[in-house]
Write a protein that binds this ligand. Sequence first.
Ligand code: PLP
Length: 405
Amino acid sequence: MLRFAERTKGAKRSAIRELLKYTEQPEVISFAGGLPDPAAFPLDFLANVAQEEILHNAVKSLQYTTTEGKRPLRQSLAQWLLEEGIKTTMDQIVITAGSQQGLDLLGRVFLNEGDAVFVSLPTYLGALQAFRAYQPTLVGIPLEEDGMDLDFLRRAIREARRAGHDPKLIYVVPDFQNPTGITWSREKREELLEIAEEEDLLVVEDIPYRWLRYEGEHLPTIASLDRYGRVIVLLTFSKILAPGLRIGALVGPEEVVNMVVTLKQGADLCGPSLTQRLAVRFLTDYNLKEHFARLCQHYRGKLAAMLDALARHMPEEATWTKPEGGLFVWVKLPDGVDTTKMLERALAHKVAYVPGQPFFADGSGQNTMRLSFALATLEQIEEGIRRLGAVVKEEIAALSLAKQG
Ligand SMILES: Cc1ncc(COP(=O)(O)O)c(C=O)c1O
């Protein structure tokens, strides 16, 4: 018999990945994936620099590299982050295989069994998966329109401490969160830092969607407001360049970065040299301003089309977020609707979404769903939301019939 480790006991495959199998039939209009649109990848640029790097820079692009990642990449990232108001040096940066590896490494470095990690309800599913491997106590904090309910957070930290769970990390995605699209207000960003300082916790600020703002003003990163050295930033090139390169970065206090590098050595020796070189070239040789403007232009119309279609096709019992960026819109249906069960009806109508429940650390959220507008065309968005509106109306009608019966 196989005797797996204790930590595998609660391990679950992502419901979303399992589900994507069913949404791949060509007639299904899918809002389920969380992937960026390949039409926005700078193919010629990547192909040219990959060829140059392989043919003329093989030692740097094909040999092992350092565990913390290539110096020029860390240097150019530090410079770029300065534009975001984050003062950092290359010694405070470690390159990771996407921000997902950053999440796993933070779990390794900080979490003993039972330690408390505070996450919003809902939160990014991949963070729950990464942390769960280290058997923490995940504490869900309600998410409001402008960020976490911080009074609730304060109480939850004290309760966790009283119950013997050492409060360690607060995990947040403050810009166009996955799955809701919600962005934190400046006030809440500032207050979160005060809580972290008062209660002696670290904030993990995960910002994959930050550069995908289609409307409104940029808000400062939590890290740029931090006077206490309590923020660890997770960055990724997945949504602004291409996820298959698997390039991200963890940025934080030097002691944290040193410990992460030490444990990362055992995990992978080093990240991929070739794609790190491509990322350096992207930061130094590509016009980032123009690139981000093109990306935003690409997604802006899709988001507007989805919000417009929802307003026309959803029944009045449904509500949804109105994000100013990112890749997702979050829909809430009346209590009693179970979006996991409803998915069968949706697939019969040839439309797919992600049920919201897996994003909730406490198993709630049955009546919610996540819609991504990134991969669909404008026509598919209109037709898909029309189908989804019909599905939701049928489901609500079936539910009220069942109640009467
Ligand atoms: C909030 C958030 N964090 C982290 C990730 C992981 O992305 P990657 O590992 O490709 O950087 C994602 C991917 O969708 C995400 O939405």
